[in-house]
Design a protein around this ligand. Structure first.
Ligand code: MG
Length: 347
């Protein structure tokens, strides 16, 4: 092999920023937004392109700039091909602390490339049943009565709604939704209740409104309050902001009944798979969630979803300019495509 051959054979990373437009202003307990920047990563090697995505999480100090800075530090020259996934991910993890969504982009691109190289969809590579994808919820963010009503009607074909609460109008949000529909609700407080007695009162009230569980009722930092709440809660509690990666899980079993795994926090599919196993070992429920993402990130999570109890994978349904086509969300039913890798194509 000449030096030129070797250079041509190298794995090459290319990235591009996209600004995703939200269909509605998206308001949760922490704030509101109308566009979301994401970075799409392409891994080129051996005539195959593997796609990955990073949707930066502000809370953990990420931005399009930090993601780009991280991508620039990656040197894949010592590795022969994406088939060295385990070694590559171990190396990528040591480049810098944090940067979980940037690490996720690399993980997804490697998985997509491998699936394409082997000509199998990821769910098949893992031996999962594509018929077992859980129903995905449709998210209703915090808003005025009129907008909430409109959004509930927009989501009328979805069998489950996920409702954001955690501000002063919690009861109004639920009552408004209940005036339109009686379908099952997942409730997400996004750490909005800071007083444990208030949290318990709200949960007790929610119990009578066909709510399946409550996600992150109180701030991740108030662990003792969360334990107190869990002992008294009439509804299962699911950790979201309290859980990022595998090492967080054992301690959480004391304060939560389940965990919401998001690829952008878990650093991708490789670790998410291990998080699911850890949760199962601790008898915890598993939910798969997402950030606002394109079909790249959503499809990746959908391939894992046959292993989950609950799915909230509507990140790309909430945007109007998805640059990719991938898993289809037909009225909440996630339909995996029988195409290699993540099964995504640029539009
Ligand atoms: Mg959440």
């Amino acid at each position: 092999m000449t030096d030129d051959d070797r250079a041509a054979d190298r794995m090459n990373l290319v990235w591009k920023r996209y600004d995703l437009q939200l269909r509605h202003v998206f308001r949760i307990a922490r704030g509101a937004r109308t566009t979301v920047p994401v970075m799409i990563l392409e891994l080129h090697h051996d005539g195959i392109i593997g796609y990955g995505e990073a949707s930066p999480i502000k809370r953990y100090g990420e931005s399009p700039e930090t993601i780009e800075e991280f991508f620039r530090k990656i040197n894949l020259a010592p590795f022969e091909s994406p088939m060295a996934l385990e070694n590559i991910l171990q190396y990528v993890n040591t480049i810098a602390e944090g940067n979980s969504s940037a690490k996720c982009a690399v993980d997804l691109a490697l998985h997509d490339w491998i699936g394409k190289k082997l000509a199998v969809p990821l769910y098949r590579l893992w031996g999962l049943d594509p018929e077992k994808t859980p129903l995905s919820s449709f998210t209703i963010a915090i808003d005025s009565k009129e907008v909430v009503e409109q959004k509930v009607r927009e989501g009328e074909h979805y069998p489950i709604l996920k409702v954001k609460v955690g501000l002063e109008n919690d009861e109004e949000m639920i009552t408004t939704i209940r005036s339109v529909t009686d379908k099952v609700l997942y409730v997400d407080a996004n750490e909005g209740w800071t007083d444990k007695h208030v949290a318990l009162e709200r949960i007790t009230w929610l119990k009578d409104h066909n709510v399946a569980f409550v996600e992150q009722p109180m701030p991740a930092g108030q662990f003792d309050d969360l334990k107190w709440l869990r002992d008294r809660s009439a509804l299962p509690l699911i950790a979201d902001e309290s859980v990022l990666r595998l090492s967080d899980i054992p301690a959480l079993a004391e304060a939560f009944d389940g965990i919401n795994i998001k690829l952008m926090k878990s650093t991708g599919l490789h670790e998410a798979m291990r998080m699911i196993e850890a949760a199962r070992a601790l008898n915890m429920k598993v939910m798969l969630g997402c950030m606002i993402e394109t079909a790249v990130g959503i499809s990746a999570a959908a391939h894992l979803s046959p292993l989950a109890d609950f799915a909230d994978l509507d990140g790309n349904v909430l945007i109007s300019n998805d640059p990719f086509d991938g898993v289809r969300n037909i009225n909440g039913r996630l339909q995996l495509r029988n195409t290699p890798g993540l099964g995504v194509t640029p539009v």
